[in-house]
Structures are given as C-alpha cells and as structure tokens.
Design a protein around this ligand. Structure first.
Ligand SMILES: [Zn+2]
Ligand SMILES: [Zn+2]
Length: 334
C-alpha cells in the first residue's frame, strides 16, 4: 500500500474486495513491478484517487468468485490476467476503432482503482483475459504489459516488415521482449544499452548486433549498417531518443515508449526530407495482450521474470530503480 508519496510501500490488512455486478474476484498469484509504479510512488504520475492506494497492473491469478451477471465466459478456477486496462468504455471513437489504449473513459488497474499488489483484486469480467495453460503466472504478468506494449509498438505503430533492421534502445523488461518480437516479425535486430550484461541477454534472445553506447557511438554503428528501418526507445533518456532518431534510414519510423520528462528537439528539414515518422505509443489493447499470450505460449517470446516474495516488494522496487533487474521484476504469492 502506498500511504504517502515518496515513501516505501507498507503491508496492511484491508477488507476483501467484493465483486459487484459483472465483476470477478481474482486471487493474485503474481504481479509485475512496472516503471510506471515507481513514477506513481515518486509523484511524477499523479494519482486520480486519494491515498492510501494499492499499486499493481500486471496481474496473473485465479478467479475466486464471480458477481451477478458475469455469465459463463469466466468461471471460478479460471487462470486469468488483468492489465492496466481495468475497464474501457467500448463506445468512444477510439474503442470503436481498435484503439482502446487511448480510450478517454478508461479506468486503470492500480491507478484509478486499487490494483494487484494484494492477495485479492476485483475487475470487470469483460476485461480479464484467459492465460494459456502452459504459461506460468510470473511469465503471464509480462504478457499483460512488458510484451504487449512492445508488441503494439512494433506491429501497430511501426509496422515492422520481414528483413527490416530494428534497433531497440534500452534492454530492460520491455526491451528484451521487443528484441524477441522483432525477431518473430522477421527483422534483424540491434540492441543498444549501457550495460554489457543486458546486451549479453539480448544476444541470448536473438539480437544480431550489440551496441554498448558508453563504449561505442550507436549512431555511427547503425548508419554504417545503412540506417535502421525502425527504432524503438524504451528508456527514460532524451539522449537515447535523439540517438535513435539520428540512426534512422529514410522512410523509417521511430517509436517512443520510454517516458523521460522534457522536450525532444529534432531537425525539422531533415525530418521531412528523410520522410521519417516519429510516433508515441502508449500501452496496448486487450487483443495485443491475447496476441502476446500466443507468442509466449508458443515459446516464440520468452519473458524473463525475476521473482520476489510479496513481502519483499520494496526490495523489488529498489532493484528496479537501480536498473539491476534482468527482465521483469515480479512479486509472487505462495
Ligand atoms: Zn506496466
Ligand atoms: Zn472508449
């Protein structure tokens, strides 16, 4: 529970949530620790509800109860996932055009409603997603965000084609999955990071080129390869964004998913003459999550989960802050 902005989380007993009409109650088995959770704790992303607050929006668990009106699609005992998209309206122009990630009416798990850093969480039955039988809970949490976000960025925002050269800047929880998704899409992949351990992981997961940007200029390296067709930045670094932009070939797409504060300055004439696209990508749709589950279930994307006991939540947060988590930090319940 977050009781005060900027303070460590604390563990408190709270009343069990009761599923209302159309809602299910989930017994949480695993929950991912996301960079956006850190930003909420630090007050960089202001909460729309009063404290205390329960974080956590990358949830995998078992249905323990169903409210009235849920119907037969979701049943007690089902293995389900719940993402950031706690609820979307289904009728705005964004929902109706396959872009529920930007639904202005959405409610968000662990943000506008209490989330899954808890033994129990409730959610609308329409927004829980079935976890394939062969996907364990800790890995399942990744499909709800750490796979789904780069999946959407590379398929919907960047439309990666077979044979493209894709550069991934930042090999953290999302970046490592981005490398694997780009390989599934048939691309050549360059991984850029400041830590050799992370680059070694990227190689293990299929990256073709490894660039340590503290030792080597990624722009020069990527330009020598002919420039990239798609660059994806997962890091909170304006410098990395500018490097990614400068690495683009003509006609390329730069997709931004990391969230640095500040402004990005780009040379406009070159931008136009090179015919490049610079796009932001926020989140994913439930369909992106279902597609992510298929990739994970088929073994095409292997999310890396570093598990922590629930009571060690503050250690997980500290490790994540210090960039010491290979893959995704995930809290697990016995
Ligand atoms: Zn997340
Ligand atoms: Zn909507």
């Amino acid at each position: 529970m977050l009781r005060k902005i900027g303070e460590p989380l604390s563990i408190k007993e709270v009343p069990d949530p009761k599923p209302g009409y159309g809602e299910v109650l989930i017994r949480v088995k695993a929950v991912g620790v996301c960079h956006s959770d850190l930003e909420i704790i630090d007050g960089k992303i202001p909460l729309p509800k009063p404290l205390p607050h329960i974080l956590g929006h990358e949830i995998a668990g078992v249905v323990e109860g169903v409210g009235e009106g849920v119907g037969k699609d979701v049943n007690v005992g089902d293995r389900v996932a719940l993402s950031w998209l706690w609820w979307t309206c289904g009728k705005c122009r964004f929902c109706l055009s396959g872009r529920e990630n930007i639904c202005p009416n959405q409610k968000n798990t662990g943000y506008s409603v209490d989330g899954g850093y808890a033994e129990l969480v409730k959610a609308p039955a329409t927004h829980v997603l079935r976890i394939p039988d062969n996907v364990p809970y800790p890995e399942a949490t990744s499909a709800t965000d750490a796979v789904a976000t780069p999946f959407r960025a590379l398929t919907f925002a960047a439309r990666v084609l077979p044979g493209d050269l894709v550069a991934v800047f930042g090999i953290g929880g999302l970046g490592l999955n981005a490398v694997q998704i780009a390989k599934v899409l048939g691309a050549k992949v360059a991984a850029v990071d400041i830590l050799d351990e992370k680059l070694a992981l990227a190689r293990e997961f299929g990256a073709d080129y490894l660039i340590n940007s503290t030792k080597e200029d990624p722009v020069k390296y990527l330009r020598e390869l002919g420039g990239v067709d798609v660059a994806l930045t997962t890091v909170e670094s304006l410098k990395a964004m500018r490097q990614a932009y400068d690495s683009l070939a003509s006609g390329a797409t730069l997709v931004l998913i990391g969230l640095p504060t500040g402004e990005l300055s780009l040379p406009v004439i070159e931008w136009i003459l090179k015919d490049v696209k610079v796009v932001g990508n926020i989140g994913f749709t439930r369909q992106d999550i279902n597609q992510s589950f298929k990739l994970v279930s088929d073994g095409k994307v292997k999310p890396r989960a570093q598990t922590y006991k629930f009571e060690d939540v503050n250690k997980a947060i500290k490790d994540l802050r210090e960039g010491r988590v290979p893959g995704r930090a995930v809290l697990v319940f016995p």
